[in-house]
Every structure is written in C-alpha cells, then in structure tokens.
Design a protein around this ligand. Sequence first.
Ligand SMILES: Nc1ncnc2c1ncn2[C@@H]1O[C@H](COP(=O)(O)OP(=O)(O)O)[C@@H](O)[C@H]1O
Ligand SMILES: [Mg+2]
Length: 284
Amino acid sequence: MEKQAERLLELIKERNRKSNCKVLSFVSGKGGVGKTTISTSFAYILANSFNKRVLLLDCDIGLGNVHLVLGLDPSKNLKAVLRGSSLSEVIQSIYNFDVVLGFSGIESFEELESYESANLLLQLDRVVENYDFVILDNSAGLSRFTVNFSRAATETYVITTPEPAALTDAYAFIKSMYKLYGYSAFKVIVNMARSKNEGFETFERLDTSVRKFLGFRLKLAGILPISHKVRESSRRKTLPVHTYPSDAFSIGLKRVAQLETGEVFPERRESFVERILRFLKEGI
Ligand SMILES: Nc1ncnc2c1ncn2[C@@H]1O[C@H](COP(=O)(O)OP(=O)(O)O)[C@@H](O)[C@H]1O
Ligand SMILES: [Mg+2]
C-alpha cells in the first residue's frame, strides 16, 4: 500500500487543483444515537433546502444501513468498485442527492489498503470535486476506518444523546482523536433530547470535561428532540425530513444546516483523499 499511496498522492498533487468541497463526518462513541438518521436527513436538507450538490457515503463497516433508510439497491456498492467497476456505476441518486453504499461490504480496514482500494480512493477523489458537500455516515466508535475518514474530514459532527453511556463514549471518542492526532474540529449534536434544557445540560457536561481535561472548547451545532415522527419514519423506511418537514426534529436539523452553509469555506491545501492517503502512509 505504501508505494501505491505515495504514487497516488503524487498524482493528486500534480493535478494541483482546488476543491471547495466540504467533507462532514458524522460519528458517535455509542451506536444507536441517530448518526444514520441525522446524516441522511442532513444530506436531504442540504440538497433540497439549500440547493447544494451532495454525496452521501455509507462508511459504516459491516452494519451500514443507509440503503434501508433510503430504500436503495444494496447490491450496487463499493465492493463492485474493488472488483473493477467504476465508481460512477455505483452512485445512486435519490431525493436530489447522490449516495455511494457499501463500505458495509468491506469487512476490514486492511481490505481497503489493497491496491484496488487505493484506486478506489483516487476515483473517489475525482467525484468529490463534483459536490459542495460529502457526508460520511460512520460506524460507532474508533475503528481505524472512522478515525482516518474523520481526520480527513473538514469537520466532524459528534452525535450524542443525554444518556450517560452515550456521553461517556462521546468524550472517549473526542479524547482519543485529540490525544492521538491533535484533531479538535468537532461540532456536537445532542439528539433525542426531551427538552432544550436537557440538551443544553448534556452539551455543557461534555464541553466542561473537554475544557477541563483536554483544554479546548466544543461547538454546539444543535439540539434535536426525541420525536415519535422520527421513529415512525424509520419504521416506514422514509426520511423524517421528507415526510414530516415541520416536525421539530426536521426544523432543528434545518437550523444546523443553516449554520453549516452560512460559514465561510476554509482555504484547503490538501484534498480529503490526499489526507486519507497520507494517514494510511503514516501507518497509524
Ligand atoms: N430524534 C429522534 N427521535 C426518536 N427516534 C430517533 C431519533 N433519532 C434517531 N431515532 C431512532 O433511533 C434509532 C437508531 O438511529 P440510527 O440513526 O440508526 O442510529 P445510529 O446510526 O447512530 O446507529 C432508529 O430507530 C431511529 O429512528
Ligand atoms: Mg448507523
């Protein structure tokens, strides 16, 4: 992988292009806190309310369920790219945004470090240029995969709920990313809050620990309420933001998107995939 990664990195650098694409990684310490619900809904909002060109990547190894939420054909996935198909053949479009499924088809990070997968990253790098936003829906916790994709992302949205276990695991995630890689571009979404107050208190608890023990501050991106409409949408395999646009969950997430799009795009020196290749090369 190392030589291939080096060569690809050179190729990418040669092209010396600037991309304004923002890569947003959605992570959590604990599973079941709403990453897939929020990331798919976020992609929908950016595409439909903000007219952005959006690509959603299912990066959840083993358990990816974006296809279930969006009702897409699971056989069109990145495995096919590893077997020689082009990436454009596995891009599916729904609700005005594009989706690539199936890091779920890849059993381990090592599989992604093969020559074919380095090529896959190169292909990914080319398509990324066509979008304003790339959204990554990750698995829970600190797999090498999630860590490297998040390190390469412009920003990482940490999703937590008020539940103590979710909060402890969110802190552990942030701590590891900071201690190991100095990464601190975190935004926090408190999901399934029973009140605004509970949401703020949850954020305060996390932010206080991060300030006290790690020495930096977190940004609160939003508080999303627990909503039976979200559960109902999940049962019906539809997106809550599509079916219930005026539900408090949908409105809350639109505010998060408003904050995201209202920000000035940072000057980028390295592309998303350049960073991944560099991290792989560093062998961490
Ligand atoms: N704000 C919410 N209110 C109610 N249920 C929610 C909310 N957010 C997510 N859920 C539900 O929680 C479950 C887990 O969500 P999911 O997005 O799959 O989590 P993750 O991707 O983090 O594992 C789903 O059944 C989903 O419908
Ligand atoms: Mg998920």
